[in-house]
Design a protein around this ligand. Structure first.
Ligand SMILES: [Ca+2]
Length: 90
């Protein structure tokens, strides 16, 4: 399981589960903000990390239509997490 969470660069993973984040461009693979310097501001990119994941069965990999991490809100105002969204097509 931990292997799936750490290996984000390829869908060719050795586990039964696929971390869908490999479909997101590297520069967009962050899911959370932590105000490390406690200044109340969103200091990108020093204060972001990838701690939220969606793992799916390898059997569903061919059904992935799109994966996005929604960074449209200000994490100091709303949630400090950015949602991971996977769209599957059947
Ligand atoms: Ca800050």
């Amino acid at each position: 399981m931990l292997w799936s969470l750490k290996k984000l660069d390829t869908g060719d993973q050795e586990d039964d589960l696929i971390n869908v984040s490999y479909k997101v461009p590297k520069e967009e693979r962050y899911t959370a903000h932590y105000d490390k310097n406690e200044n109340g501001k969103y200091d990108f990119p020093k204060e972001v990390s990838a701690i939220d994941h969606i793992l799916i069965s390898k059997r569903l990999e061919s059904n992935i239509k799109n994966v996005v991490i929604d960074h449209t809100h200000d994490p100091t105002v709303v949630s400090d997490h950015f949602p991971v969204i996977v769209e599957l097509e059947f």
